[in-house]
Design a protein around this ligand. Structure first.
Ligand code: PLP
Length: 439
């Protein structure tokens, strides 16, 4: 009788189904169409290796290949943001509204981005998005959109201050994150930064003393990720405009009009009405849209920027234009909903989820906590919030699960704040928690 437990290696190898046979299996046909050949081949190779090592039988190779397939043809995964940080830079900042996502999908093929279908002639690129932005901020004579907030500032510097001075208060020398410093960005554009005032106090006279024949413009940068408190003084855009030079205000977060929930956050309309020549902002912060740099201001200034050769290098694609227009014209973006979510509603959801989890014998309850805007917006503003409190050892399995659920660990407990999780996904969160706990 042959000893079945000790098969010679050559026989095992012969039993490994070939890639051609496996790729030809109809069960992998759908995956080939959806993911493409290289990714399916990699999954097939994983399955072949499992057969070769005797971990599975040859008959299970197709199943193993299906199990080894990636969910998408991209390494990025959707994540549930239960951190209580609304704009989380590591999580891609603003989640888009469904209207914005649909708009992006709609223009994915050929689209009339630079064509007037009525006349059959060339038309201005992004005219719909620009019109929506102009309507949202009537105080802006003209608008333009570039790749991101940093690009908007860079374009302002190369257009308005090449080889010239930009006056900037010492209290507004801001590092945004990941080593990105606004003064260094401006200097890299060929402008000179003229430091004005001190860290805590800068007066109008400091700016007035610094103005010279080489001054290109006066810049105000919103300290969007820190606060200076105590013996402080600053100068607002209106006062600066009285000096007769263009005032550029980098408001950062992209609030177009004042928001009573965020009283200290500067907005584009107010800065322009006060006399700013130009306002720059990000599209994917408090506006809740796609990554973009919004440029709003005086028609002559915006037109000069649009005509600058560098503008072409900072141009946005059709997806950005579509998502931005849908964000401006469509339903409330998720970021706005998260910032304005009534605490009572959040508490009811969290209590319900805590009950559902506890019913399975897990140590879970709803606790009060604090959420923040994050991502360069409303520093120091706390949003009273509510979280599902769980044993901290669930953090890793939840983070590495599918879908990934990210919370934060505070004093030995994992807190899941549902503020930024769509309510329709509460069931998914429950399932993920139970899976993470091995239930
Ligand atoms: C976020 C921010 C920027 C950079 O904007 P990006 O869109 O990230 O390039 C610049 N200035 C301020 C004040 C900001 O808050």
């Amino acid at each position: 009788m042959a000893d079945k437990t000790r098969q010679p290696p050559a026989d095992t190898r012969r039993q490994v189904p070939s890639a051609t046979v496996l790729l030809g299996d109809p069960r992998l046909g759908e995956a080939l169409a959806r993911l493409g050949r290289p990714l399916v081949k990699a999954a097939v190779a994983t399955a072949q290796q499992a057969v070769r090592e005797g971990r599975i039988g040859p008959g299970d190779a197709v199943h193993a290949a299906l199990a080894a397939l990636p969910a998408r043809a991209v390494g990025l995964s959707p994540v549930h943001n239960a951190t209580g940080v609304v704009l989380h830079t590591n999580l891609g900042r603003a989640p888009l509204s469904r209207a914005a996502l649909e708009a992006m999908a709609a223009v994915g093929g050929y689209t009339d981005v630079e064509l007037d279908l009525g006349t059959g002639r060339r038309a201005p690129r992004g005219r719909g998005a620009m019109a929506a932005l102009r309507e949202a901020v009537p105080a802006a004579e003209d608008v333009h959109v570039v790749n991101n907030g940093a690009a908007a500032l860079a374009l302002a510097a190369v257009t308005l201050a090449p080889g010239r001075d930009i006056l900037l208060s010492r209290g507004e020398f801001v590092e945004i994150g990941d080593g990105f410093r606004i003064p260094e960005l401006l200097a890299s554009c060929g402008a000179r930064i003229h430091e004005v005032g001190t860290t805590n106090r800068t007066r109008l006279s400091d700016y007035a003393d610094a103005v010279g024949p080489d001054t290109g413009f006066i810049l105000k940068v919103h300290p969007s990720n820190f606060t200076v408190s105590g013996f402080t003084q600053g100068v607002d855009a209106g006062e600066l405009a009285s000096l007769g030079l263009p005032v550029v205000v980098d408001i950062g977060s992209g609030l177009l009009t004042p928001d009573p929930v965020l009283p200290d956050e500067p907005d584009a309309a107010t800065a322009l009405r006060a006399g700013a020549a130009l306002v720059t902002a990000s599209g994917d912060k408090l506006l809740g849209g796609p990554q973009a740099g919004l440029v709003l201001g005086r028609a002559t200034v915006v037109e000069r920027m649009r005509r600058h050769p560098l503008a072409r290098a900072l141009r946005v694609d059709k997806f950005t234009l579509a998502a931005l227009e849908a964000t401006l014209r469509g339903p409330e973006p998720p970021v706005h909903a998260a910032v304005h979510m009534p605490l009572r509603q959040l508490r009811v959801r969290t209590l319900g989820l805590a009950e559902d989890v506890a019913r399975h014998g897990l140590d879970a309850h709803a606790v009060p906590c604090e959420a923040v805007v994050g991502g360069g917006g409303a520093p120091g503003t706390v949003l009273p919030s509510c979280a599902l409190s769980l044993p901290a050892d669930l953090a890793t399995p939840l983070r590495t699960g599918e879908p990934a659920v990210l919370g934060r660990v505070v004093r030995g407990r994992l807190l899941l704040d549902l503020r930024c999780v769509p309510q329709a996904c509460d069931g998914e969160i429950l399932a993920a928690v139970l899976r993470a706990a091995g239930l």
